[in-house]
Write a protein that binds this ligand. Sequence first.
Ligand code: GLC
Ligand code: CA
Length: 562
Amino acid sequence: MTLEHDVDHATPAAAGYEWWRSAVIYQIYPRSFADSNGDGIGDLPGITSRLDSLAELGIDAMWLSPFMTSPQKDAGYDVADYCDVDPLFGTLEDFDDMLRAAHERGIRVIVDLVPNHSSDQHLWFQQALASAPGSRERARYIFRDGRGENGELPPNNWQSIFGGPAWTRVTDPDGVPGQWYLHLFDSSQPDFDWDNEEVKEEFRRILRFWLDRGVDGFRVDVAHGLVKDPQLPDYTPSPDAASMGGEETPAPYFEQAGVHEIYRDWHRILSEYDGDRALCGEAWVSSVEKMALWVRPDEMHQTFNFDYLMASWDEAELRDIIDRSLAAFSGVGAPSTWVLSNHDVVRHATRLSLTGENPQGTGIGPDFPGIPKYEDGVRRARAATTLMLALPGSSYLYQGEELGLDEVHDLPGEARQDPTWFRTQGERYGRDGCRVPLPWEDSAPAFGFSHTGESWLPQPKRWAPLARSVQAQQPASTLNLYRQLLQLRREADLGSGTLEWVPDFGSGVLAFKNSGVLVVANISGADVTLPDGHEVLATSTPIENRTVPRDVTVWLKEITHE
Ligand code: GLC
Ligand code: CA
């Protein structure tokens, strides 16, 4: 490993060229990445042992979903101690080793911060339960008296995003039913009260704890949810509203103006550190124009572009969202981000070709109509990724998409673990289908995920040919496509470029230039014949006779004769 690859915190990039503006950031879902001790759950030493494969892939940074102390009711998004590693994943020392090893390979590390709610096992919540209504301990969360004669009705009608009511009634130490507490998610995930100065101070401490250890930034969970309308008014989402928000008129628990002051405060803390540390917000809001509010110059650095993720494989829709994203984010001096998959949505090798409805977070099951044939789904996914990685700005990848993994929609009911599945009595499948542990080697136990063959979710047999060891040997594999695209993207500096549409290719086709690369994505158009005088740099699927059929994206370069 050469030293010039090393992540160097001491030398800041020139303003406008900070690493996060053009970075490709790879999401690791720790419990499903690599298991070092054979218990069937991925862990930090497992990640460290597989870092070379990420360096070979050519990413700039990795974001780890939560590995902090947690009873794992929501796979770690229920944190009991924000400043320690859960024994399931290792120790703080394992974290430091992993961070060092990543930095040595030039890979930055972003950790997940979950500020909207803690676990019910957090010391503060346990103290709140043991304390009286109105106490300082209860004031860190959102406790209220119930409605009805004896407080037997919840304080309002809010529903949990995972299904069922968003309030749970506690039993006081004397055994009598007491107040109710708010949880936008599972009942084991009580919401903090972000009007409380103690909560703010605690999160400043948590940020500093990880910044001092050397992390390069934070992905901020439910960044649009921290502040609630103080009146806690009743609210009924429109029937087709996505559960995580994104409605024209936001819910009284999403997008409240007060959240921005919190991120300004955090921005100031990150600025005290060298190395261009960054905040990326998970904010499901209704439009990219609104998303841009999260990344004004003194707030977060990035926010996930969920409008792009939610867009269908449709020329007009994609063109519109790309244009609006570039305009909205550059309007506030921020890069646009792009993303197709994460641990909460159906993998894009399946999703982009589904014919049925797929509301975010609900997931799909064995009976879902319109599951594409694998070859068709992955072909379209490769075209979509080849399009995305040519766009200026920063892109997020989700572990396994570089192997072309599809959604495991056919998990048996008894294997499912998402709280959504339990809270809706199986009516909504939830997100397990995109969280199945990775296949590393085709003929090893658990496909090399775990030497004992254990795996917290069962891996489908059909994944054997998708194992990394197999794809590494095949020039035209999805893995090699990702490697090639990331290398070309870096060489041409596409992340820092500008997009210029090229109108010549007919309807159903998106074509643009960025930094001297001509990108032609045939979404749904007639076969496209490539223009003369261009060499092909990359194609999402091999093409014949310089003809690009639908569901194929190509990168071209003009041949210059000097
Ligand atoms: C975010 C996470 C999701 C989690 C939820 C509650 O949406 O991405 O996985 O369940 O927040 O923390
Ligand atoms: Ca393990």
